[in-house]
Design a protein around this ligand. Sequence first.
Ligand code: DOR
Ligand code: ZN
Length: 344
Amino acid sequence: MTTSINIIQPDDWHVHFREDEMLKVVTKYSARVNRRCIAMPNTSTPITSSNQAINYKKLIESNSHSLNFEALIPCYLTDNLNIDDFIYALQNKIFIGGKLYPTNATTNSQYGVNDIKKIYNIFEIMEKENSVLLIHGELNRDDVDIFDREKYFIDEELYQIRNTFKNLRIVLEHVSSDYGVDFVNSNQNIAGTITPHHMLLTKNDVFKNEEINPHHYCMPVVKNEKDLLSLRKAACFDNKNFFLGTDSAPHHTSDKVQYKSLKPGIFSSPCSIELYATIFEEENALENLERFSSINGPKFYGLEINEEYLHLSRKNFDLPDYTEEGNVRVKNFFSDKKINWNVS
Ligand code: DOR
Ligand code: ZN
């Protein structure tokens, strides 16, 4: 049995650091193992300008408790961006790309894009600048079942974006379905991030024994066994088009346990790489972990691969139920389950 592994230091290509006290508490958990993180721009006031991005990057890095940690910021795309500032920020690497949130698909997406055709001019700019389009790929419409939102988005929007902007690099974020995996694998210039929770949970873990577990409520919602298996296969084996993105999304516990306005999101950064290692081990694919966690991401984004290494050893990880500091109290994902790996 393998008892220790050394991997090139990972990066997390999809994390939510939030703001204020929450940011001060959660950032160090991502920085403890990752060298770089993409910090999602769906803050309460979305990050849409170069100035906001510069300030947000500084704020995150200064709260990381690490000297070489880097936060990479995508622009929150809207149909009223200042185009000159957007181009300036892409050309000067202030924005790593642009993130598309279809309206009302998830937390703070009310400022997102309702009619995606209206921002095709922005996709054209991004293609020309050789930038990356990150997509929350869900269509939220009354006639679309919540479990089919990813499929509908692919069918009604993504195929068209893909075919119109053939050279635009696209990341389908938090791929959650068998259908999404197939789409990524059968198209050019597209990659997908995969979260630990979509490889560990099915809808039975949300609705079980007449009890709903709000801590497992996230967007996209977790789906069926078939989807989980397809995601595990994509991450652990044929993984050249997939890389690590936890979508670690902390919410105050009080926002997770209320009856109405329940916030979607799972906080996994205190045990992120440990969870991925546990999953890869279950699949007998530990030798492929490094490619997924540390190589495919920088290759897709056109960045250098990290130089440092991270060492993990086989030992039960004792994770408290909550991350608690000051007024912040967030449920730690998977604290009641077995995690086999520790960072040494
Ligand atoms: O579950 C989620 N939470 N999914 C997202 O896409 C956003 C995130 C958040 O910001 O809370
Ligand atoms: Zn997210």
